[in-house]
Design a binder for this molecule. Structure first.
Ligand SMILES: [Cu+2]
Length: 94
């Protein structure tokens, strides 16, 4: 089941002309051991088309990603993390 934490609109940024739908999701990331791992994951996510913002926490071992769901999906986000050399899975906190 898709976990959607928040749905945002771009009203402020785009003056309401383009209503891109942005969603935020948390992805569990395994294998990070230091600050440069965090940078690698953050970079991999940030370079993925459709990603607006990526915050990666070493302590929590997770990434919080804000993305445009018309351009990219959670599977692609996980693939980007895996390509960077880490394990990624959707966080299930239900
Ligand atoms: Cu590292």
């Amino acid at each position: 089941m898709k976990k959607i934490l928040a749905t945002l609109t771009n009203v402020l940024l785009l003056g309401g002309i383009v209503m891109a739908k942005e969603v935020a999701t948390e992805i569990k990331v395994r294998g990070m051991t230091c600050g440069s791992c965090v940078v690698s994951v953050k970079k991999a996510l940030s370079q993925t088309k459709g990603v607006k913002n990526a915050d990666v926490s070493l302590e929590k071992a997770e990434a919080t990603v804000v993305y445009d769901d018309a351009q990219v999906n959670q599977q692609q986000l996980r693939d980007a993390i895996k390509k960077a050399g880490f394990e990624a899975e959707l966080k299930e906190t239900k």
